[in-house]
Write a new protein. Sequence first.
Length: 94
Amino acid sequence: MLRIIVVDDEPRQRKGLVEIICRLRPEDEVIAMKDGEQVLEYVHDNEVDIIFSDIRMPQMSGLELSNRLKMKKVGQRRCLKVKKVSMMGNCLIL
């Protein structure tokens, strides 16, 4: 089972992507978030396998979120290793 986060400031886009992922991968946990700050708070205490992020968001862009996730540490371990960054349209996949 994978833990997947979808982060987008547009509720309709966020809901649509969550529904698609849930249909394609019903065994996985899909979590919707509205901004990068929510993601940073969540990964502080939880492991995440994949993040689908909008690139253009008002408070923190998807690219800035990616950079902050790379630098974020909890104790001596990194919260999330960004292994691959892929961009499709306005979506960033971490």
